[in-house]
Design a binder for this molecule. Sequence first.
Ligand code: GGG
Length: 352
Amino acid sequence: MKRFSIALLPGDGIGMEVVPAARQVLESACGARRVGLEFTSYDWGSEYYFRHGVMMPVDALERLRQHDAILMGAVGHPDIPDHITLNGLLLPIRRGFDLYANVRPAYLYAGVKCPLVGYGPGSIDMVVVRENTEGEYAQAGGFLYHHMPGEVAVQTSIFTRAGVERIIRYGFELARRRRGHVTSITKSNAQGFGLVLWDRVFREVAGEYPDVGTASLLVDAAAMDFVRRPGAFDVVVASNLFGDILSDLSAMVTGSIGLAPSANLDPGRKAPSLFEPVHGSAPDIAGKGVANPMGTVLAAAMMMEHLGEAEIAAAMEAAVRNVLASGEGLTRDLGGEATTAEVAGELARRAK
Ligand code: GGG
């Protein structure tokens, strides 16, 4: 019997509800196919911060490294500044394990109401590939005259040729397994160094993939086209910040951010990759048992695919697809009244 060791990081807010829900579906899908999962749950996050003054212990990465993969919920708490929670938990894991490819699919499922007119099932099917270790998230900078009237803040984006090239190449390889088109997103008219390098590297790498179609858009035009003609996109490669923003948009045009999964991948497989829903901790609905667990279930399906268990991943994805198509038992973000536990139970039953 094959066995995998999975680290669970529920984190904050609804993360503590959607991760157990996804675990239930994983256990059902894997149990039915004789694949064993050994879970270790870590209570790191904002409550840990209130007790210890840090979001996770100093040896957190060493402990996570022992696992085959990490399933995370969300990070963020209304009583702690967001830069502390994010820089204390998620970003050190992404950087520490060099999880450079943040893969965020957006698919319009049957049964899901598209907020745009004229789009049917499958007519929006894109993947935002977000650079995940540098760019605008590099935390390079500082304050001068901190908290004084003449205060100055410097925030520098870091774009390395190696970092840009590897994420663009990942996008092209992914496009070859999909519909064969990559759109690169920058703002090189305004950001005249890092994103000019990005555009140049994109053209160079594109030259090695003559079978893949390409487009290059400024981020403002891309935002417009994600709404105006989202069906035109296949693979989208973007910097850390632009990819983060655009993947919230791609989630919403495909019905709900509660449905959006994401994989933080080390394609070289030296470290465990991390899987999470795109959504955050949603303090407004946390603790009410109404969060949509489907984004986390789909992220867990991506995890099983990454671990080589394509059949299990397909069963989990099919469970989500079939519940959505039935139009019943949906959470309130999708117009229903079901609870997180009810959705999880139904998905677990169908994923067997
Ligand atoms: N489930 C992921 C999560 O908690 N996201 C909140 C967030 O702010 N993430 C920032 C990011 O992905 O850059």
